[in-house]
Design a protein around this ligand. Sequence first.
Ligand SMILES: [Cu+2]
Length: 406
Amino acid sequence: MVKLLIALPLFAFVLVIADAATTNRCPSYCRYKLGTKAPNTTLRVRKDIKCMTEKEWKDFADAVTELHARGIFDRYNFVHVRYFYVIHDSAQFFPWHRWFLFLFENELRKINPTVTIPYWDGAVDFVHPELSEVFNATRAGGSGDPNDNFCVKDGLVAGWIRQFPSKVCVKRNFGSEPMVWHSPEWTTHLLQAGLDYDSFREGLEFSMHALMHGAVGGPQGELMWPWGPNDIIFFFLHANIDRIWAKWQLADPQNFYDYGGPLRDISTNTTVGLADQSDKLDPWDMETKEALVFGREPMPYTYDEFLSDVAEKEETEGIKRIKQLPKVVLQRYYPKIIDGTATRFHYELPPTCGEEILPFFPPPVPINPLTLAVRGFNADRAMRVQADSNSLVETLNLVGYQSPYV
Ligand SMILES: [Cu+2]
C-alpha cells in the first residue's frame, strides 16, 4: 500500500519536475558566502565549488591544468588504484582519502599557494544532479561524447589523456541512467542518529559516495572505477565526503577521535580484522590517528561553512522545515532536535534560494550493481543503508513534508 501511494505521485512528480528543474534552477545558489575568511594565514579554506569567485576558479583551474601537464594526476591515480581494496568498505576509507586529498592539494599549492580543493555538495542537486552547474563548460565540463568513446569534450578536463589503465581520454557517461541521489535531509539524519564511526562511515560511503561515483562515471567513466582520480570531479566529490565526516567529528566531542571497523588486506581483498588508530596508512609512513585530525598540523585546512558566523545566527529554510516535522518522526530520524542538543554541526541543510517547492520527495535510485561489484562492497550492508534512506523518504512523503531542496 505504501509502495502504491509512493509510486503514483512519483510518476506525476517526474513529469512536473522535468520541466521545472530545467527552467527554474537557482542561478546563484551559494552555501555560506561569508564563511571564507581564515583566522590565520596558514589555515587553508576549502570552498563550495558554487561559491568560488571567477578569479578563484581560474586560479584553481590553471593550477590543475599545470599539474595535469606535469603528469602528477597519473601518480595520484596510480596510488588510489593500488590501495583501492584497502580503503573502500573499510575503516580507512575516511582517513586515507583525507590524507590523499591533502597531499594532492599540496601539489596544487606548489604551483599556486592560494589554491585549495573545492567541494561539490551533491545533495543540494540530488533531484537533478545532471543539471548541476558543476558540469558547465566553464567548470568541470559535462558528460562525454557517446560518438567518441565518452571522452569529455568540454570544461576543465577537455582533451585530457590519462595513462592508467590505458592511454586514452578521460571519460564520463551520465546520460544513460536516471540519477536521483540522497538528500540533505538524509545526511542530516546521519549526523543526528548518534552513530558510531563504523556505522556513520557505512551510511555515507554506501549512500552519497557510491551513487555519485557510479552515476557521474557511468559504466564507461573514470569515476565508476578504481582510476577515478583521472577525473577532477573525484576530488570535488571526496572533499565533500571529507567535509561531512569533519562535520560529524565536530558534532560531538566523542566523535572526533572515534575510529574503528573492518580492516582490509590488499593481497587477499578480504577483511582481516578490526582497524586500529595505530595501523599504518599505506603507502605513507604515518599512523591512521594522524589523519583523523584536520584544522591544525599536520593538516591545517578547514571548510568554509565551519568558519561562517552566518550559519550560527541564521536558521535556514531547510532547518525550519525539519523542525516542524511531527514529534514521532523527529524522535526516529532527528533525535537531537527533540532532546534540544542539535548544534550547527548536526544539520546538513544549507541555504536555498527560495525556489518553488515541489510537492513530492523522490527516493534515491538504487545503488548500481556495477558500483557495488567494482568496489567489492558488502551487499547486505549497502542494501541496509539504501533501505534506511528509502524509508526516510517514504516517511517524509507520508507526513506531507516539503523539501526546499527538490
Ligand atoms: Cu577512493
